[in-house]
Structure formats: C-alpha cells, structure tokens
Design a protein around this ligand. Structure first.
Ligand code: ADP
Length: 242
C-alpha cells in the first residue's frame, strides 16, 4: 500500500495542499479529478517521493516517512517500484524515442530488448515512429513512449498525470484498457484524469480535489450522484466541454 496521511504543502506562503490523505492499493485504480491548480500534480510528486510535504506522512509497503524529516533522515525515491509519468514526459531530446524507452533498462543492467517491449510497441502501434527524436514526434506519440518506458520497469505503483490528454480516441481506449489490465495484474494505479467515463468504468475509487483539499471521495458512483455542490459544478463544466 502507498499511503499519504494529513499532507500539507505550501509554495511561497500559498497553501497548495491542506491535510490531504489518500491511499493506493495494489491491484486497484484510483482516479484523481479536480480543476487545474488544485494541487493534484503536487500530491503525485509527494507520493513518488520527488517532493517533500511540510507536514504529514507517506508510507510505502510498511515504511513510514514522517515530515518534516529528521535532519539525519534521507528519502530514497523507491523508483521504479513507484513510477510516475508526468504530463511533461521528460524525454531526452538527443535520444530517439526507442532509446528513451530502453535507457532505464540498460542503466539498471537489464535486457534492453525484452519480449514485452515488442509487445507494447505493437499494441500501441509505435513501430513506425520509435526511431524518431522527440522533437520529430507528435505529443501523442511522445506520451505513448513515456508510458511504455514506465511499464517496462514493472512498477508496483504507477502514478499518471493526464497521460491521455493528447491521444486520439482509439489510442486513449487502448491505453485505458491496458491500465485496467495492469490493475488486474496487481499494480496500484493513481491517475489524474479528466476522462469521466474512464473514471466511472475503471476506477475502484474516485477522489475529487478542489482548493488543495479532498472535497469528496468514494466509488465511481460519486460521479453520477455527487453529494457536494462543488463536485456537481465541476462535473457539469466537464460535460459541457467534453
Ligand atoms: P494541478 O495538478 O491540480 O493543476 P499543481 O499541483 O500543479 O495543480 O499546482 C498547484 C499550485 O501550486 C498551483 O497554483 C501551482 O502554480 C503551484 N505550484 C506547483 N509547483 C510549484 C513550485 N514548484 N513552486 C511554486 N508554486 C508551485
């Protein structure tokens, strides 16, 4: 289990997260929704140990880090056990997409052409563009490369920040069905998404954040029968633009 408890975080005197608690269980998909600027990405970074909160704690498989950390305490990001795919993707510009995908494998002394690589390239229809450099590829093609790079590391927890935002309907459907499959194989997934239909169909848990707080959470049915006015408003805005 990857669990955050009572997380608060400020940037330049502005509170971005206020007493947020959530947990990600292996084999379950959690969809995090909410307006932009509400602290969703910051929470993802904290769960991946890439950012430290001001207070609260994060526990990964029984090991708890309580913030602020003791001076002598160091956090080693549990990568690739916890792997994040950010919206910015972080691809190396001087390497082809394929090299970007395989570099973390070779850096870890692993086979950089495992059968799973060929499977994923085929599944995501990538063979015709993997030899391109990131600046020669579309954002959707780069998103697929970043996701395949993450999947090849066999993460136990996968944290995704709106990774289908630039994909067409068909590619989005393939990725979403893959995520469901990964969930059923025991990976714990937290995905920031604006795809309400996906959240409703695939998520075990939906969390709605606004103003740095969790306003409502529960099963996917909260998307059909929200209790809070703020969530109703958010859903009706999303429905009018999607
Ligand atoms: P969301 O993912 O919900 O859009 P973010 O977590 O990216 O929200 O950002 C929440 C708020 O924190 C925003 O107002 C953003 O400008 C601010 N913020 C995020 N990262 C930093 C940073 N490194 N320094 C200062 N402010 C930041």
């Amino acid at each position: 289990m990857l669990e955050a408890k009572n997380i608060s975080k400020s940037y330049e005197n502005t509170k971005v997260l206020k007493d947020v608690s959530l947990s990600i269980e292996r084999g379950k998909i959690c969809a995090l929704i909410g307006p932009s600027g509400t602290g969703k990405t910051t929470l993802l970074k904290i769960l991946a140990f890439l950012e430290q909160p001001d207070s609260g704690s994060v526990t990964i498989d029984g090991i708890t880090y309580k913030y602020p950390l003791e001076k002598s305490q160091k956090v080693e990001a549990p990568w690739p056990k916890v792997t994040v795919v950010f919206q910015q993707l972080f691809l190396w510009p001087h390497l082809t997409l394929l090299q970007n995908i395989t570099l973390p494998l070779s850096a870890r002394g692993l086979d950089d052409n495992p059968p799973r690589l060929q499977e994923l390239l085929k599944l995501f229809d990538m063979n015709h563009f993997v030899y391109r450099y990131p600046n020669q590829a579309s954002i959707g093609q780069r998103q697929r490369a970043a996701l395949v790079r993450a999947l090849l590391l066999n993460p136990e927890y996968l944290l995704l920040d709106e990774i289908t935002s630039s994909l067409d309907i068909e590619q989005t459907a393939i990725i979403l069905s893959q995520l469901k499959k990964l969930g059923s194989q025991g990976i714990g997934i937290l995905t920031i998404t604006h795809l309400l239909q996906f959240a409703h169909e695939a998520a075990d848990k939906v969390i709605f954040m606004a103003g740095g707080e969790i306003v409502e959470e529960g099963g996917p049915n909260i998307l059909l029968t929200p209790k809070h006015e703020r969530l109703s408003q958010f859903l009706s805005v999303l429905k009018t633009v999607s």
